[in-house]
Every structure is written in structure tokens, then in C-alpha cells.
Design a protein around this ligand. Structure first.
Ligand code: DGJ
Length: 732
């Protein structure tokens, strides 16, 4: 049984195959975070010995009801501020008497088979009750009529601990929630490094590893979206941890809005690591009888370094977070019109792209921005989602039909959450955007953000998207979002609820997406936010793949895709081959290298196939052919990162199918010098007792590949290799 309650000791055990999480409820009813780490079956008989007690003479050590304990020193399972614990809380609220102290005492628990879905929020799920067990711990502050339910799930199969929090107002007065984080754990000692993914537009998810030297380390977003700047992910790892060894504690947020992830060390080397909705500029008025559901955090503990951590996220996310038809099916290779033609096209141009794409072996044509209203540049018409008849005389219906008749799928770009000042929609509904009455409306990218905290705005999006998707020839949507929130205000909410807008916006967006994906289950949705500006686990619940970055330069992509793979399965990583010189970096990498980098993700193209020379055509056909052979492994395989573009001057990985039959090896270099030394790269995760052959018929044993590996000589800048290996039938 993954979850067990020892009623003699008042201890909860939550086990995954390789990890344990243990919570003890103390005599005075405070639950504490007793252990998280490698799986252990039990605790010493006398658990008093492992509870951190008060130090002598500590002025900060507040008394806890005459015991030798202090919440200021204990690893509180769900910390609040002020009732003796004076560190950063997970929960903070203001009550009708103006005070802000909450004391949450244990009242009861429930252990259940399976896992509940979260109301209105994305979350991991089960398909069968036998897959997981869940625990709910009920805490109460009787004085304030507050109930907080801590929810935990552990799966039989995945080494992940899922946590979320539900708050209920049982009293007679409003409670103003100011902070309601979703996961808290405690670590001891100061030998940790903080690992996070940071970046900017066109430089998303770059890996940063810094020594955590005490004090506070935090990453966050206040932008109304998880953002390009920081991914909602944080890990603390023992110093010296690498891809294969070392202990890592990681948190990933299943949420797409403002977040905080932090590690806060106290004066006794206790590190409190937390994640949740960013308390900055957040407030939620909970009226009597109402509940608030905080989003889910997926906690992963890995003993097998960063590689082990990532493989747990990948396995869980691709099978129990991603949903729908494309969870289990490989996805079409697409060509997207954006980099080739921008907003400047007509139907003939799109059809000519489609014709050539078909010859190359591409499977879907995606018409990006510029097809609606009078949008000839990204400056107008967002909101006017009817086809521009000058460009598309037969509309989307006519175009999509012609493309489908060519034997291709058809996909369309939309940016539903936005509105242009220059649009019919804005002229009709100037108060539908996020704005503050009387204050100038800041235009970013010439657009404003629609106010998705309003149900009427959400209905409008559902309606026009339903009309678009009712054309059964539209089998893919690229859902873009190109600016963050500013001047936050809503014309439809009273003053005391204005700080609820960013979260209400996310609830509105999730409601819209839920409606569309359930009504159109065969449509593939790809997320985008100026590239990877909202590429988070929350979005993965609706979008099985994501446009990772507007930077398609192969060298930059090695870093972006490497960092993104820390949490995201590689099948979710949209990766396109574009023309050179690259539009963002002006670099010209060979087609081979552009291809080798893109086939390690969800392959697509971002170029005009009409201008390719014969060599390019031949090469692209080969790339597509190769991808078709390997995409099943990209979809389901285990990723082993072998060399880091952030630390090794090259990027290398191998991907192994679950049955270890197929192996994809990738190496891309970018800092080699002429006649530099040899590069030897050892593979991982193979069947050591088997033999593998490559396309040229060379045979290697799994043992050899893992211990000797591949040797490369005289590698020059931007060279790359893909080697496909197949297990031989006769074994080793
Ligand atoms: C930003 C996206 O990241 C691009 O791929 C493209 O779709 C443009 N928006 C279109 O405006």
C-alpha cells in the first residue's frame, strides 16, 4: 500500500517505488514534514529522537504550549506565520478583525484509492483507481472558522509526490487569503545547489546551477503568465550532483500564471523549499461557505541525478498529464508559414507551399498569423476572427478543403486571448480588455490582453473557436499568446476583488481550453507564447506540444531544448528547421545540423519549400525519412543527457525506447577548435547484454557503447551527428 497511517505514532507514510515521504502529527496537533528521500520502510521506535527540538538560549525559539518544541524550528508541513513560526509561510490570510495570524491544527485524515481531479485546474490524473492512492489531511483554525485540506497523491509507478491544497471558509466572516502555496518541504545542511531554468524571448529555459549559500533563493513570475524569464521549476541538489548520480529535490508547478519557487534557509541550516501561486499582488476574498483550490505541485526526489529526475517528470507528464488522442499517437510533421511568409501571402502562396511540402514528406500545413481581419502586420485585427477575403477568397473552409484534398492535414494559428485597438471587437467592447479606468492602456506588441476573468469574454472565445473548429478540415490549432499583463484591472469586478484578476484569468483560460479540447478531441493543440513564454506543466494538460522558442537557430536550440528537457518530455518540444541565415541570430548552420537538432523534438519546418535547391530537397527528404523511423522512440523513449551545452561546449544525448530495442544518439558541437582533441561519449540506458547495429551495419555490444562509447575526431564547429541503433535479434 503506497499510503499508510500508523495510528500508534500518528505518522503517515507515503511511498513511491523508490521514495518515501513521512509526515508526523505531533501531540499538540501540528503536522511536520519528518522525512523525504530514498525509500525507507520505517522509523526508529522513538520518533521523538528525530524531531528537531528547541536549542538552548534561542530568542527566536517560541514556546509551543509548554512543550520542548517550537514551530519556529520544526519542519512544518504547512507553515503559517505568526503563531510562533516566524519564517516564510505557505499560508497567510487577513481576517475580519484585521489580524493575520493563523494556527492550523490537525483534525482528521482520509486515505483513498485513486486520485480526484482538481476543480477548474489542470492536474495529473489516473485511468484506473489502482494506479494511485491519495491522502487528505484536514487542518483547522477553530477561532477563524478556517479549514485547510492538504492533498497528496502517490502513484504505484512514478517516483513523484503530487501535492495541492484546498481552503474552506467554515466561519461567518470573509477571509482574505494573501498566500496559499501548494508544496513545502524541508531539507537540512548547506551543501546544496539551486537549479532553475531562466531566459528571455528567444533564449528560453537556459539551465542555471548556482551554489545555494543560505539566505533566500527564489524565482518567480509577476507577469500574468509563467513567462520566458523563469520556468515554474526549482530543484535543490547535493553539491556534485550530475546527470547520473546525486540527490535532487525538484518541484514543478502545474499552473501557467504568476508563481513563486523559493528556498529559504534559517539560522539552523533548515531549508524550507516552497512553490505556489505568487503571493505578490495576490488576494482572494473567501466568503463564508466558499472554497479555494490551489494548483498542484509535482515533487520529484531523485537519487539518480538530474537524468533520473527528468525521466520521472517525462514519464508522468506524457502519460498522466497530457491527454487526448495525441498522448499515445505520434504527431504529424508540420510546415508552419510564419518564418517563410509572415502576414504577407494569398491562397496561391499557401497552396504552393503545400504542394512542395507534400513532395518532401511533410504531413501538415499550418497557416500562421495574418489570415483574419485586415491583418497585414502584427498591428491590428486581433479579435476579428473572420478570414481576410482578399488573401483567402474561399475563406479558411475553402483553403483547408484544398489542402486536405492534397492528402495533407491543415492547421491554423490563433491568438484568442488578445485584442487589437484597431479591431471591430475593440470598437464594440472597449471594456473587454484588462485595464484600469482612466489610466492609459499600455500597448505591448500593439495589443491588449482580453479580460478572461469575465465569463462573457470566455464565452466569446469559446464561440468563435467552436465556429473555426466546426470546419472538420482544421485538425490542428497553434494557440499563441504574445504579451504579458500590465495595468491590471477588470471592469466587471468590485474593488476588493481586483487582486484576484490574474488567477481568475487563468481559471477562465483553463475553462475555455477544457471546453474546446473536450468538444474537439481529434484536434491537436500546440501552445505558444512568443515561443516558450508559457511552456509549463499547466499548459501540457491541454496542449500535448509547445512551440518552444522563436529562436530556430540550431546552436541556440541545443541549449534551449536541453534546458526544456529538464522537465518537459521531448515529444512536447516543438522544433523546426528554418532557413539560414537564422532570423534571430544571423548564424548559418548546415541543413544537416538544423535537421539533427530538430529531429530530437517534435519536428516541423519554418521555411518556404519553393526556394530550396536540389541538394536541400534531397537532404530534407532524408531528414523526414529518418524522423519517421525514430519518432516512436522520441514519443515514448527514455532520455539520457550526455553532454551539456551549458558546461561542455557541446550537446549530446541518447534516447532509448522503453523496450531498449531502438536507440537514438545525438551529438552537436559548437566550440571545437581545428585539430582539437578527441571526443569520447559514453551512452546510457542500453541493454548491456545485447548487440546494437547502426544503419551501416556496424555492430556494437550494449556494454561497449556504455563503457567505451563513440569516439569523434577533428570535430569542427556546428557539426552534428545522429546515429540510429537497433538491437539485434540474436541478443548479445
Ligand atoms: C509569435 C510566435 O512565437 C511565432 O511563432 C508566430 O506565430 C508569431 N507569434 C505570429 O505573430
Amino acid at each position: 500500500m503506497p499510503i499508510r497511517f500508523d495510528s500508534d505514532k500518528n505518522v503517515f507514510y507515503l511511498h513511491t517505488p523508490k521514495t518515501s515521504y513521512i509526515i508526523a502529527v505531533l501531540e499538540n496537533k501540528y503536522p511536520i514534514n519528518l522525512y523525504y528521500g530514498k525509500r525507507i520502510e520505517g522509523l526508529p521506535d522513538d520518533i521523538e529522537n528525530i524531531i528537531p527540538t528547541r536549542r538552548d538560549g534561542g530568542g527566536s525559539a517560541q514556546d509551543m504550549e509548554g512543550t520542548n518544541l517550537s514551530t519556529d524550528l520544526l519542519p512544518m508541513e504547512y507553515p503559517t506565520y505568526g503563531s510562533s513560526d516566524l519564517r516564510t509561510p505557505a499560508f497567510h490570510a487577513r481576517y475580519s478583525d484585521g489580524t493575520s495570524v493563523t494556527a492550523l491544527l490537525y483534525s482528521e485524515y482520509r486515505i483513498m484509492k485513486g486520485k480526484k481531479l482538481l476543480v477548474e485546474l489542470p492536474c495529473t490524473y489516473i485511468e484506473d483507481n489502482a494506479e494511485a492512492e491519495s491522502l487528505e489531511i484536514y487542518l483547522r483554525d477553530a477561532l477563524k472558522g478556517l479549514e485547510v485540506v492538504l492533498c497528496y497523491t502517490v502513484y504505484e509507478k512514478y517516483d513523484a509526490l503530487i501535492k495541492s491544497v484546498r481552503v474552506h471558509n467554515d466561519g461567518n466572516e470573509n477571509i482574505r487569503i494573501e498566500s496559499v502555496l501548494s508544496s513545502t518541504i524541508h531539507l537540512y545542511g548547506s551543501e546544496y545547489q539551486a537549479i532553475h531554468l531562466a531566459g528571455a524571448w528567444a533564449r528560453e529555459q537556459n539551465l542555471l546551477i548556482t551554489d545555494f549559500i543560505g539566505g533566500k533563493f527564489s524565482v518567480d513570475s509577476k507577469r500574468g503568465a509563467s513567462s520566458h524569464n523563469h520556468s515554474p521549476f526549482l530543484a535543490l541538489a547535493e553539491k556534485g550532483t550530475n546527470e547520473n548520480y546525486g540527490e535532487v529535490y525538484a518541484m514543478s508547478f502545474v499552473y501557467s500564471g504568476n508563481f513563486i519557487a523559493e528556498a529559504d534557509e534559517d539560522c539552523y541550516n533548515t531549508i524550507r523549499m516552497q512553490m505556489g501561486i505568487n503571493p505578490f499582488n495576490f488576494e482572494w476574498v473567501l466568503e463564508p461557505g466558499q472554497s479555494f483550490q490551489a494548483p498542484e505541485v509535482v515533487n520529484v526526489f531523485s537519487q539518480d541525478g538530474f537524468g533520473g529526475m527528468s525521466r520521472t517528470f517525462h514519464d508522468l507528464y506524457r502519460s498522466r498529464l497530457v491527454r487526448g488522442k495525441y498522448r499515445d499517437t505520434v504527431r504529424p510533421i508540420l510546415i508552419n508559414s510564419w518564418e517563410a511568409i509572415g502576414c504577407n501571402f494569398d491562397e496561391n502562396k499557401i497552396l504552393s507551399i503545400a504542394k512542395k511540402a507534400k513532395i518532401l514528406g511533410i504531413e501538415m500545413v499550418v497557416l500562421d498569423d495574418g489570415w483574419f481581419g485586415h491583418r497585414d502586420a502584427p498591428t491590428s485585427s486581433l479579435g476579428d476572427w473572420y478570414p481576410n477575403k482578399k488573401k483567402l477568397p474561399d475563406g479558411i473552409k475553402g483553403l483547408s478543403k484544398k489542402i486536405v484534398q492534397m492528402g495533407l492535414k491543415f492547421g491554423l494559428w490563433v491568438e484568442p486571448e488578445m485584442i487589437s485597438e484597431d479591431s471591430e471587437l475593440y470598437r464594440k467592447h472597449p471594456d473587454w480588455c484588462i485595464h484600469i479606468k482612466g489610466r492609459r492602456r499600455n500597448l505591448a506588441r500593439n495589443q491588449l490582453v482580453l479580460d478572461l476573468s469575465r465569463p462573457d469574454v470566455c464565452d466569446y472565445i469559446i464561440n468563435f473557436m467552436t465556429e473555426i473548429l466546426s470546419d472538420r478540415n482544421v485538425s490542428y490549432i497553434k494557440w499563441d499568446m504574445n504579451r504579458y499583463m500590465s495595468d491590471i484591472g477588470s471592469a466587471s469586478l468590485p474593488p476588493e476583488k481586483q487582486r484576484e484578476i490574474p488567477h481568475r484569468y487563468m481559471l477562465g483560460l483553463y475553462k475555455v481550453l477544457e471546453n474546446l479540447i473536450s468538444n474537439f478531441p481529434d484536434v491537436l493543440f500546440e501552445g505558444c507564447a512568443s515561443g516558450g513564454g508559457r511552456f509549463d506543466a499547466g499548459m501540457l494538460y491541454y496542449f500535448p506540444q509547445y512551440w518552444t522558442s522563436d529562436c530556430t537557430d540550431a546552436v541556440e536550440r541545443m541549449s534551449i531544448q536541453y534546458g526544456t528537457s529538464y522537465v518537459m518530455p521531448i515529444a512536447a518540444i516543438g522544433a523546426h528547421i528554418s532557413a539560414v541565415p537564422n532570423k534571430v541570430t544571423r548564424r548559418s548552420c548546415s541543413l544537416e545540423t538544423r535537421g539533427n537538432v530538430a529531429i530530437c523534438g517534435q519536428l516541423g519546418f519554418e521555411l518556404d519549400p519553393n526556394v530550396l535547391n536540389d541538394y536541400d530537397v534531397k537532404m530534407i527528404k532524408q531528414i523526414i525519412e529518418k524522423y519517421k523511423q525514430m519518432r516512436e522512440t522520441i514519443h515514448n523513449g527514455d532520455l539520457y543527457r550526455l553532454k551539456s551545452p551549458f558546461y561542455d561546449g557541446m550537446s549530446a544525448c541518447n534516447i532509448v525506447s522503453k523496450d531498449k530495442e531502438n536507440v537514438i544518439f545525438f551529438l552537436g558541437t559548437f566550440t571545437s577548435k581545428p585539430f582539437s582533441g578527441k571526443i569520447r561519449i559514453k551512452l546510457k540506458g542500453l541493454d548491456k547484454n545485447a548487440s546494437y547495429s547502426d544503419k551501416e551495419g556496424k555492430v556494437y555490444s550494449g556494454e561497449f557503447l556504455e563503457n567505451y562509447g563513440f569516439l569523434f575526431e577533428n570535430v569542427i564547429d556546428y557539426t552534428s551527428y545522429i546515429i540510429l541503433l537497433k538491437k539485434q535479434n540474436n541478443g548479445g
